[in-house]
Write a protein that binds this ligand. Structure first.
Ligand code: C2E
Ligand code: MG
Ligand code: MG
Ligand code: MG
Length: 284
């Protein structure tokens, strides 16, 4: 069942089966050189408040601008980068680039929006994670309170003591934490309370059929109730149309992300959108 596996895993396995070892080898070597050749890009997808549409922050989403293939999505290379360890230097590039972009926008006078960065399993348990994040914040001068990291339920359940330690350290640094793809994993409510996270993001697979599926409606309402009772911000992912939006708004979901609001945008396009909304001229 794709929903239980999580959409990313599901697609990864089906793709991996279709990929022969030669293709895999060449993907692996071009992935390595991509970092040196500066072929990675970050796109930024706005998060908006349901009640008034205001942009509250953004999620940084990684893309590989392959010289021949064009824009390659993360599910085609993150699993491999996880496997071969390249995710660690690549992740460092992501922290650094996102923090730098945030500082640049602050310097240009844009509103102080949070920027969320995705962590994968190997990054989360890497012993240098906290140092890498600290270094990115220090080198760029970014306000840690504007940084949020997104982790999944399966990542936090692996080693509870270690998770609690990492999340506490992030909290001490002032960095916010979101549980991504919420509802697809197996974290218990008591864990959620213990972790003292700031945000839960309802997985897009629950939103997709929400207008027709009573099951998905019930699950989504339950997640919103859990979030509210723990005082967390609840964000719905993958909101694509007004019916989905209206359902979520009626059930007091706090924020949403998805094509109904905006697609992931280049830094330039993001600035235009946010600035336009604030009804201010675009700075040069
Ligand atoms: P995610 O963190 O759950 O990100 C949400 C995904 O939903 C993104 O896919 C986004 O482009 C897509 N999306 C946004 N709005 C809609 C919508 O309305 N409908 C639909 N169907 N999809 C929508 P993307 O960018 O392909 O990223 C896939 C996954 O790759 C992310 O899932 C995240 O787990 C991972 N990822 C992305 N960037 C990074 C990164 O910098 N580092 C790591 N470690 N993982 C990343
Ligand atoms: Mg995410
Ligand atoms: Mg997600
Ligand atoms: Mg995901």
């Amino acid at each position: 069942h794709a929903k239980e596996l999580g959409k990313n895993n599901f697609q990864f396995y089906s793709e991996a089966l279709n990929t022969n070892s030669l293709e895999r080898l060449s993907l692996e070597s071009s992935l390595r050189s991509a970092l040196e050749h500066n072929e990675f890009r970050l796109y930024y997808q706005p998060k908006r408040r349901m009640s008034n549409g205001e942009v509250t922050g953004m999620e940084a989403l990684l893309r590989w601008e392959h010289p021949e293939l064009g824009l390659v999505l993360p599910m085609q290379f993150i699993p491999l980068a996880e496997e071969n360890g390249l995710i660690i230097p690549l992740g460092r590039w992501v922290f650094k680039t996102a923090c730098q972009q945030n500082v640049t926008w602050q310097q240009q006078g844009y509103p102080p929006l949070t920027i969320a960065i995705n962590l994968s399993a190997r990054q989360f348990i890497d012993e240098h994670l906290l140092d890498d994040i600290k270094l990115a914040l220090k080198e760029t001068g970014m306000d840690p309170r504007l940084l949020e990291v997104e982790i999944t339920e399966s990542m936090v359940m692996r080693d509870l003591q270690q998770t609690i330690q990492i999340l506490q350290s992030l909290k001490q640094m002032g960095v916010r934490v979101a549980i991504d793809d919420f509802g697809t994993g197996y974290s218990s409510l008591s864990n959620l309370k213990q972790f003292s996270v700031d945000t839960i993001k309802i997985d897009g697979s629950f939103i997709q059929d929400i207008v027709r599926s009573q099951e998905d409606q019930g699950l989504t309402e339950a997640i919103i109730a859990v979030g509210r009772s723990l005082g967390l911000t609840v964000v719905a992912e993958g909101v694509e149309n007004s019916d989905q939006f209206e359902f979520l708004r009626r059930h007091f979901c706090d924020e949403f992300q998805g094509f109904y609001g905006n697609e992931p945008l280049t830094a330039e396009d993001f600035a235009q959108v946010v600035w336009k909304q604030a009804n201010q001229p675009v700075p040069d």
